[in-house]
Design a protein around this ligand. Structure first.
Ligand SMILES: NC(=O)c1ccc[n+]([C@@H]2O[C@H](COP(=O)([O-])OP(=O)(O)OC[C@H]3O[C@@H](n4cnc5c(N)ncnc54)[C@H](OP(=O)(O)O)[C@@H]3O)[C@@H](O)[C@H]2O)c1
Length: 304
């Protein structure tokens, strides 16, 4: 049984960041109060902003700051544990060391080491590696499972962007951003408390403006993950045979992977409701445009 009041997981959070888009900061404020708003609001509030590095790290940092700020005047502050995950052990440990020395967190006395209520722990997690995912999920279950246990929120933030376009780029991109992110979502779902929250970090570029009507309608008609899997499978097959254009797909691996992620996240939410997990809120969101390693600090592409 866990000794923390609230527990969360943020994947792919090793890259040090200093600032965030306004939309994401507002979003985290709501997450820390466990009131999640919908993707449409995230999109309209997206404000381009420069950050030093990754969004996952910034989410962890903001969660710590918002948690201590929103409980500042209460007689007791509920404890919060956030798992910062990274696929590389050394980079994850470096990120943890860095966040513990963050001047703003120190000034706010947010972290346990400074007298606050927020504990941040690092765990290795590569979402594309089944063994790594299994080990992480089993570890969290052992630590925090049980009758009244469970995790309050999961932010599936990890993703890749590969420049160029060919079969291999599509395969690797779909593997991480679509299949493995959904695999992690399914693995995390049973860990969530009955009123837990899951956020899959997608993107506005996962919108359906790139597709002809028939394909757009096919995306919109999806009800199950299998429906969306079938579209992703058709995309891969079309690229493998050089027929993506005649099949109506754009020559854009990242964008299609995010369209799939949005559709499959919706399907997962529908399935969770059907299976009696209706109290869990599952959303996808766009963090807004942020210059990070993922987009070559704005070099590879700019969002419209
Ligand atoms: N930046 C933007 O403008 C923007 C806009 C819309 C959406 N997004 C989305 O926001 C999220 C964060 O992106 P970012 O811009 O912060 O990119 P980033 O700095 O490149 O961070 C991505 C993170 O994901 C991790 N990652 C990649 N593959 C992984 C795997 N197999 N298992 C576990 N972790 C993995 C990376 O770890 P390594 O350090 O090991 O590579 C890194 O920590 C992504 O989902 C992205 O699609 C970004």
């Amino acid at each position: 049984m866990s000794s923390y009041n609230r527990i969360g997981v943020v994947t792919g959070a090793n890259k040090v960041s200093l600032s965030l888009s306004l939309s994401l900061s507002l979003y985290i404020q709501h997450l820390s109060k466990k009131k999640i708003f919908h993707v449409q609001q995230m999109l309209t509030m997206g404000v381009p902003f420069q950050s030093k590095k990754g969004i996952g790290y910034a989410i962890v940092r903001q969660l710590a700051l918002q948690h201590s700020a929103s409980n500042a005047n209460k007689p007791t502050t509920p404890s919060l544990l956030v798992y910062l995950t990274a696929r590389d052990q050394a980079r994850g440990e470096a990120a943890l060391a860095e966040i513990k020395q963050d001047p703003q967190l120190k000034a706010a006395k947010a972290l346990v080491g400074d007298g606050g209520a927020v504990q941040i722990m690092f765990r290795q997690l590569d979402i594309t590696d089944r063994e790594s995912l299994k080990k992480f999920v089993e570890g969290v279950r052992e630590e925090h499972g049980g009758e009244d246990g469970g995790v309050d929120f999961v932010v599936n933030n990890a993703a890749i962007y590969l420049p160029g376009f060919d079969s291999e780029v599509v395969k690797t991109t779909l593997d991480c951003n679509y299949y493995s992110t959904m695999g992690a979502s399914r693995a995390f779902l049973p860990l969530l408390k009955q009123n837990g929250r899951m956020v899959n970090v997608a993107s506005t570029v996962g919108g359906l403006s790139y597709y002809p009507d028939a394909l757009r309608d096919r995306f919109l008609a999806t009800q199950t993950e299998a429906d969306v899997d079938a579209i992703m499978h058709d995309f891969q097959s079309a690229v493998d045979t050089g027929k993506e254009e005649e099949s109506g797909f754009p020559k854009l691996a990242y964008e299609v992977s995010k369209a799939g992620l949005i559709g499959a996240t919706r399907a997962l939410a529908l399935a969770a409701k059907r299976e009696g997990k209706g109290g869990v809120l599952i959303n996808s969101c766009c963090p807004g445009y942020v210059k990070t390693d993922l987009n070559g600090r704005g070099k590879y592409f700019l969002f419209p």
